[in-house]
Design a protein around this ligand. Structure first.
Ligand code: EPZ
Length: 432
């Protein structure tokens, strides 16, 4: 396991290339289970989560071939329909093989994903949606077992207590693409990653209208062919680097970026006093002054994304005054609070809300990453802090950011990746 050692206080200057979206890529890779011919994906980031899904798809009979950022996926064997716990537990997004397996093979056994560091992560809405299309679903030994003849189109409602579900919408949309008749998904997740999946499925021959809106209409087809698709740029990676530029009082260009996917983030960055300008191929971020506080509430798209809450919190730690940060998607997604506090941040948490009182400076410290986006927030804090910050357990970061330290160093950061050798203290005379 590696750790990052960051010497803080260096403003970032330069251009950072943005990779394809992890969260668009994962369901799209799962959707290739539906295809009768090979699919080619361009813009696939080199990430641990992508590799993990690749391994699962191989177990499910898909040949997965990577050349740089291009993946070729072709179904070669449809006999194994079991997504095992050992693979699913490594990555919750594995649940999105459920809809495609069921729709194309009539049977799926997928280990029920557990909770994780960002809180309880139920899949009841996925299961309810697939049951509405006619699947018979039961739980057996920790696995979801789903069966059907051919799924039938229906009206499906995807809203839940914390808004629409992104991967739930993806699962139902993929399953409905091969169902008999028309499916209408109401209260569908509107995230750009869902729209990208709809575009991918349409390129395979699906008939989907309204991807990226709250009502998706799917006219089922008999079969889907292969296709070639380029994944959208990662809006969460772009938002993370925007916060990195802002927190170091730097000037950074990011490209390619779909700024229309980031309007809520741009709004909040401008609210704290950061300059954000659209460029021909992306965006430029510039900050050279004392930040002012701003409140932010995470919401489903097009609201402020929960996947940038931790990074924005790191930024507000240095704003002059109180910022109120409310988490409405994953109310327990605050593990970064304690670690930021170790660096001198003043944060008071009350339920799903954190009140951040800006401080003059953060101070470098050893901190521990707990999940992907919390880890990114700690790196940002380390970039701005006085002195040295060590971020341990960075395998979380490698799940979602490609070589983050190299890309930040290329624009002026001082970060080293070193093996994290944890020395376990022993009592004198103890036997190992
Ligand atoms: C996706 O997870 C993303 N993952 C997450 O990104 C992201 O945080 C999340 O959407 C919200 O934007 C991928 O795309 C791979 P949800 P997903 O179902 O789809 C509740 C990252 O850092 N809910 O939209 O699993 C749920 O508990 C990751 O890259 C139910 O109640 O999230 C949450 O409160 C982490 N029942 C809310 O809905 C369900 O059946 C939204 O979750 C499903 C979800």
């Amino acid at each position: 396991m590696d750790k990052l050692i960051i010497q803080g206080g260096r403003p970032l200057r330069g251009v950072i290339p943005i990779q394809g979206s992890k969260n668009a890529c994962l369901p799209i890779m799962a959707a290739t289970l539906l295809a009768e011919a090979p699919c080619t994906l361009h813009g696939v980031p080199k990430l641990a989560d992508i590799d993990a899904l690749g391994v699962l798809l191989e177990e499910l009979g898909v040949s997965v071939e990577r050349r740089q950022r291009t993946l070729k996926l072709a179904v070669t064997d449809r006999s194994n329909c079991h997504a095992r716990y050992e693979l699913v537990r490594k990555m919750r997004a594995s649940i999105c093989v459920l809809g495609p397996l069921l729709a194309r093979r009539g049977y799926a056994r997928v280990s029920m994903p557990g909770g994780c560091a960002i809180g309880a992560r139920p899949v009841d809405l996925h299961l309810r949606g697939l049951a509405t299309l006619g699947a018979k679903i039961e739980l057996d030994g920790g696995d979801v077992v789903a069966r059907c003849q051919r799924l039938r189109g229906a009206e499906v409602f995807m809203g839940g207590p914390f808004g629409s579900t992104v991967l739930g919408t993806a699962n139902v949309m993929m399953a409905a693409a091969l169902a008999e008749g028309t499916t209408i998904i109401e209260c569908a997740a509107c995230e750009p990653e869902v729209e990208d999946l709809a575009n991918f499925l349409n390129a395979m021959g699906a008939r989907i209208l309204g991807g990226g809106t709250p009502r998706i209409i799917i006219q089922g087809v008999e079969s889907l062919s292969g296709c070639t698709h380029t994944v959208i740029p990662d809006r969460i990676e772009a938002g993370t680097f925007m916060c990195a530029a802002a927190i170091t009082n730097g000037q950074v260009s990011l490209e390619p970026v779909r700024l229309d996917h980031l309007m809520a983030v741009v709004d909040r960055l401008r609210a704290v006093g950061v300059f954000v300008e659209k460029t021909a191929t992306g965006v430029e971020i510039f900050s050279a002054r004392q930040l002012v506080p701003a409140d932010v509430t995470t919401q489903p798209y097009p609201g402020f994304p929960t996947d940038l809450q931790a990074q924005f919190m790191a930024l507000t730690c240095l704003a002059e005054g109180n910022s109120v940060i409310t988490e409405k998607i994953f109310p327990d997604r605050f593990l970064h609070v304690a670690e930021l506090s170790r660096m001198g941040a003043q944060i008071r948490k009350e339920g799903p809300t954190a009140v951040v009182t800006g401080c003059k400076r953060l101070i470098g410290a050893p901190v521990m990453a707990s999940d992907l986006r919390a880890s990114a927030a700690l790196v940002l804090a380390g970039l701005a802090a006085v002195g040295q910050t060590t971020v341990s357990r960075i395998y979380h970061l490698d799940r979602g950011y490609e070589r983050i330290e190299e890309r930040l160093c290329a624009v002026g950061a001082d970060i080293q990746r070193v093996p994290d050798e944890v020395a376990i203290p022993q009592l004198a005379g103890a036997v190992a």
